[in-house]
Design a protein around this ligand. Structure first.
Ligand SMILES: [Zn+2]
Length: 355
């Protein structure tokens, strides 16, 4: 990699699908969403006639309740591939005051650079695209055999020159998917992602396995591979850590702490029934605890919309949920305007700016 390609011009800017934006002009930002993605590889295999019928059912109001309990049992629910719907839903967020949105879709779950660029143009939103790879079950065949250096260079090339034959560039490395326990290939990709961060100065976004030890374990890999812990976003904490000690230990690494499942309040969590999904009220309690401990400037909030049932059109809260429903509740709970501004504007800008 040539030294002059390592991103001096990107420093302090956020890289959107249509170009660079100074981080100070990013505005209200959702740091972890999916505008276009395809999770159908994770569809649960139906075990009965009834489940087969549900798997193939179109989304209508009479299946919404069942969908909230069993989102991975319906094929249609798992694909966000309609750009017109994405535009309509993203515009609702914009009308509520939104300015920027990160599409954290990475390799294996339907990343669509040209589609994201069209959505950015149609909405006028700052749209940031992902890179790298999701969990091992959707990795390309045997690609980790080339080793982390080669994969790091490929990710860096995209950030510098564009994805595939396009000039559409990712603005984050991630979401990098990890299972629990992690698959060895996932460690290879995480090391590669940290290497790509060293080459480009891009932010690193990590989807940890579903276990309280998983985020800290991932940070050890990031640190040992030369990544920047203070420029790493640890996602999905609300479904991963449920006691203070592991959270405090993670916070001490300096990473960004993302509560990004706002709006998901069905306590039954199909992806891991052993754990009870928390409510938005409990998410805000964890945010309060982190603020009290001095971590206000590390906190990120998002909705991780990735299923149809989360969209307004299909009975969900949509991308506008945090602005419409959560911000008023944060104020009611005594969070200051400075706190809210930090969560929605300053912290995402700091996390997403290239270094
Ligand atoms: Zn994720």
């Amino acid at each position: 990699m040539n030294a002059d390609l390592t991103g001096a011009s990107r420093r302090g800017a956020v890289q959107t699908v249509v170009g660079l934006v100074p981080a100070s002009r990013l505005g209200v930002t959702l740091p972890h969403e999916h505008l276009l993605c395809d999770l159908t590889p994770f569809l649960r295999r139906p075990q009965s006639e009834d489940e087969r019928a549900f798997a193939d059912a179109p989304i209508t109001i009479d299946i919404i309740g069942r969908l909230r309990y069993h989102p991975y049992s319906n094929r249609a629910n798992l694909s966000l591939t309609d750009e017109a719907v994405a535009i309509e839903e993203a515009l609702r967020y914009k009308r509520a005051g939104g300015s920027a949105i990160v599409d954290a879709t990475s390799g294996g779950i339907g990343r669509n650079p040209a589609g994201l660029a069209r959505i950015a143009q149609a909405t006028g939103l700052h749209v940031v695209m992902g890179s790298g790879y999701y969990v091992s079950s959707v990795h390309p065949a045997q690609f980790t055999q080339s080793g982390p250096e080669r994969i790091a260079e490929e990710i860096a090339q995209e950030i510098i020159g564009g994805a595939g034959a396009t000039d559409i560039r990712p603005g984050i490395i991630g979401e990098i998917g990890l299972s629990w326990p992690p698959h060895p290939d996932e460690y290879v990709v995480l090391r590669a992602a940290a290497g790509a961060q060293r080459l480009t100065g891009a932010p690193l976004v990590v989807h940890p396995g579903r276990h309280p030890d998983a985020p800290r374990d991932a940070m050890r890999i990031v640190e040992s591979a030369g990544g920047d812990p203070t420029h790493t976003i640890m996602c999905h904490l609300c479904r991963t850590i449920h006691s203070w000690e592991p959270l405090a230990e993670l916070a001490r690494t300096g990473c960004f702490l993302e509560y990004d499942l706002f709006g998901q309040e069905t306590s039954y969590y199909q992806s891991n029934p052993a754990l009870d999904m928390v409510s938005d009220a409990q998410r805000m309690q964890w945010v309060q605890r982190l603020v009290d401990a001095g971590y206000r400037d590390r906190i990120l909030l998002s909705d991780d919309v990735a299923n149809k049932y989360q969209l307004v059109r299909y009975g969900g809260h949509g991308y506008e949920h945090i602005l419409v429903n959560i911000v008023p509740r944060l104020r009611q709970r005594g969070f200051s305007e400075d706190d809210v501004h930090a969560f929605l504007v300053d912290n995402p800008a700091g996390a997403l700016a290239f270094r």
